[in-house]
Design a protein around this ligand. Structure first.
Ligand SMILES: [Zn+2]
Length: 405
């Protein structure tokens, strides 16, 4: 078993140790007689840092627990000169460790606050690189409850209460009223005591005084299968995320030339305007298509009892071409419309008045095979898109010529 130095002192960032085992598979790794490196467990993620001997410095990329209680330090590169028995010095990335202690102790305070205020238990804890989360065992969670728990947690932080480590037997722990008792594994339990506020069994690293947590900021909440998930950040992460939120909000407010607190109102106003403009636009397009259809039909002579409209446009989208085709073929019962646009997306629309004898779908398929495009449709209406505008005009002419006059 590796002697876990962090059990007794979370602020121990440098330590001396002796190499016990070296392994190369699946990744290069070291086992020491003692270590201050924390292995991923109980929701808290591992430490990183360096292990050095007289001859070399080895970067630690991950730390994990084995089932029999040894701690494995995974290395970026295989060691060159280390042997079992070599004396080494370990150095933990202190900034990363401090961040983890803030998040983890913040979680104890927050979980205890939910119990104190609403008797809501925490069933799991997750620590990520950006944010942390706890899953609460509750069918409902209101905004007021979230704000109250956040307020109480920050009061406990500001009171700078002591955070002590205690070791007790399982039997002793049974009488202490722990918030959380781990499943029976060992006889000795490590307890984390936040003075007059919380007592729970935990093997992680914690700050000495709640003030070192800095702050706890609750963020997204979402319903999960067995309750509610609450995302939070503590310490510098809290400041960093508040800073990021403020920057985003300030940028958004500048777009509206408004104060940040007026952004929701301004955004709602803009969305309403967009909706009403879209309605006006659709109506105008409808009227334009109607007028254009009337003009096109007026200037197209009848031939063989029908009217054939062949037109190529620039700058029309598919929807407005379809709208025009619809208007053309509905205004009279003897119309065939072969329309194309060269931009923004080169495409074709073929349509005929209901009752006309041709097959627009088949005609479109022929045109597409010539233009290497994709499309098709029904007997009366078909559409297709092509990779470029070259050849569109001649394809239209060919389609027109294939219809019996
Ligand atoms: Zn803990």
């Amino acid at each position: 078993m590796t002697d876990r130095l962090y059990y007794h002192d979370s602020f121990l960032y440098d330590f001396d140790a002796e190499v016990r085992e070296i392994s190369g598979t699946p990744k290069p790794a070291l086992i020491l007689d003692r270590t201050a490196f924390y292995p991923t467990s109980g929701g808290q993620i591992f430490d990183t840092g360096v292990i050095s001997s007289e001859d070399e410095n080895l970067k630690i990329t991950e730390v994990a627990d084995t089932e029999d209680g040894r701690i494995v330090h995974y290395l970026e590169t295989p060691p060159k000169s280390l042997q079992p028995g070599t004396k080494v010095r370990g150095q933990i990335d202190a900034t990363r460790r401090r961040d983890h202690m803030q998040q983890h102790t913040g979680q104890h305070v927050l979980s205890a606050a939910f119990v104190r205020l609403f008797n809501i238990l925490t069933v799991s804890f997750h620590m990520g690189d950006d944010y942390c989360s706890i899953d609460l065992d509750t069918p409902t969670l209101t905004k007021d409850q979230i704000e109250a728990a956040e307020r109480l947690a920050n009061e406990i932080i500001m009171e700078n209460r002591g955070v002590d480590i205690r070791f007790v037997t399982r039997e002793e722990a049974g009488n202490l009223g722990l918030r959380k008792l781990p499943p029976a594994e060992r006889d000795e339990l490590r307890l984390i005591h936040i003075r007059d506020f919380d007592l729970s069994a935990c093997g992680g690293t914690h700050v000495n005084q709640t003030g070192q947590i800095g702050c706890v900021l609750l963020r997204k909440t979402e319903k999960v299968r067995q309750g509610w998930r609450v995302e939070f950040v503590a310490g510098q992460r809290g400041v960093a995320s508040a800073r990021r939120d403020f920057t985003t909000l300030t940028e958004t407010a500048a777009l509206f030339s408004a104060h940040i607190y007026d952004v929701p109102q301004q955004a709602r106003k803009s969305l309403d305007e967009i909706r009403s403009l879209r309605k006006q636009y659709e109506q105008a397009e409808e009227e334009l298509a109607e007028a254009q259809a009337a003009a096109l039909l007026a200037e197209t002579p009848e031939s063989g009892g029908g009217k054939l409209v062949v037109r190529t446009f620039a700058d029309r989208d598919m929807n407005s071409m379809k709208l025009l085709a619809q208007k053309l073929t509905r205004r009279a019962s003897n119309v065939v419309a072969l329309l194309a646009t060269t931009s923004p997306q080169p495409s074709l629309v073929f349509a005929q008045s209901t009752g006309q004898p041709y097959d627009m779908g088949a005609l479109m398929k022929q045109a597409m095979s010539k233009l290497s495009g994709r499309g098709g449709g029904s007997k009366d209406m078909a559409q297709g898109g092509v990779p470029n505008a070259a050849g569109i005009e001649s394809a239209l002419k060919e389609a027109a010529a294939s219809l019996p006059a």
